[in-house]
Design a binder for this molecule. Sequence first.
Ligand code: SUG
Length: 443
Amino acid sequence: MNAREYNFDGLVGPTHNYGGLSFGNVASTSHGGQASNPKGAAKQGLAKMRFVHGLGVAQAVLPPQPRPSLRTLRQLGFHGSDAEVLAQAAKEHEQLLRLCSSASSMWTANAATVAPSSDTADQRLHLTPANLSSMFHRALEADTTARVLKAIFKDEARFAVHDPLPGGEHFADEGAANHTRLFVPGRAAVHVFGFGRTSYLPAPGESPKKFPARQTLEASQAIARLHRLPREQVLFARQHPNGIDAGAFHTDVLAVGNGALLLIHELAFSAQKSLIGELQRLLGDAFQYVVASEKDLPAGVAVKAYPFNSQLVTLPDGAMAIVAPEDSKEAPEAHAFLEGLVGKTPVKAVHYLDVRQSMHNGGGPACLRQRVVLSDQERQAVKAKVFFDPALDQALDAWIEQHYRDRVSADDLRDPKLAEESMRALDVLTQILALGSVYDFQR
Ligand code: SUG
C-alpha cells in the first residue's frame, strides 16, 4: 500500500493576537499585551507550507475558527446583537473577550490525535479531536475541530472521526502534541503517548511544581483504546516535571520523532532510560535516538528557541530534513544541536524559517501542523480541496491579502468590525476549501 504523511497546517486566523493566555507557556505570557500582525502571521504560515511542499513533502491545510466566539459569549449570558455582545463583554469582562478571541486553532498539532489505518485493528484511519480542556480558550476549539474533521474525513468506511473525550479535566487531552509515532519498515509502528499528570490512577514519579501539566494519562489511554491500537505497540511516558517547569507544556517542546529517529531532550520524559529500552525492543537495531543534555542545551534555551519543535520530515529520496524556527539558528546551543545531527543521522539538511508571529505565542513549526498518514485511496476519498498546490497557495495568499489586518491590539478585539471581517473571511474560505457549512454562523 502506497502511503504518505500529509502535514495539515492550521491557517492563522484574522484575530491572531497576544492575549497572554497560557500559564506555563513562557512565550505566551511574556508577549501578552503586545500588538500582533495577523496578516504577517498568516503569510508566515503559508510560506512554511509552500516551503515544505517544495521539499516534496505532502502538505494540506486546516481552516481557522470563528473568533471572537460569539457563541461562547452568548452561552455565558451576554446578549443582544453581535456588537452589543462584544461591547458588554469588553466592558464587564475584558479577559473573557480575550479568551474568546484567540486564534489558537492555528496550532493544529493540538487539533487531534491521529492513527493511520495501517496501525489500527479495523484498518480505518482514526482521528480524535482534542478536548483541550486544560485551557479555557483552547477548549473552545474542540466542537468546531470535530465538525471540520468530519467534513474532511467524511467516508466512514475509511475514516473514524471520534468525538472529543468527555468529562473535562479528568480526560484532559492536548492532541498530537503529546503523541509520537515511530516506525521501522517491516515492523508494527510504535505509538508513544506523553502525559503530564494522572487524574485517578496512581501517579508515576514527581509532579511539576511551578507550571501545570495539561495531558492526563487517562486521556492518553482512552485515545489508544479508541484508535484500536494493539496494546503491545503503545507506550505511555510521563513528561519530566522539570521539563514542564522549564516551560515544556507539551511533549513536542522537548522531543520530536519521525520514522526510526527520535530527537529528545534529557528533560523530555522522566523515565527516559526505560522508554528508550522499550523502543529498542520494539523497533530493533534500526531505531536511532539523540539525546540533548541539559549541559549542552539547557531546557530553558530549548523552550525559547524551539529546536525540538521542528518538523522532522522524510524526503522523497528517503533521507530526512528538519524544518526549524529561525529562533533556533540564533541560539548557539540549539543551532549546534541541530547542525550536529546532519551526517550522524538520516537528517541531511536543516532549514530555518521565520514563524515568529506564532512563536511569540509558543507555537513553532511542529505546533502548526498535524501529521496524517494517508494511503492513495484514502487521499482520493477526501473530497474537500484542502491539499496544497500552487493554485491553492495563490488563492490563500490572495484571500489573506484581502481579508486580514496587519495590526491587532487588545483594544481592537472589542471592534465589531474585526468580528464581521473575520466571519466574512471564514465564509469565503469554506468555499475555497469546499468544506460546506462547518461554522456556527453558517448554520
Ligand atoms: O496552547 N498558545 C498555545 C501554543 C500551542 C503550541 N502547540 C504545541 N506545542 N503543539 C498553547 O499554549 C497562547 C495564546 C495567547 O496567549 O494569546 C496559546 O494558546
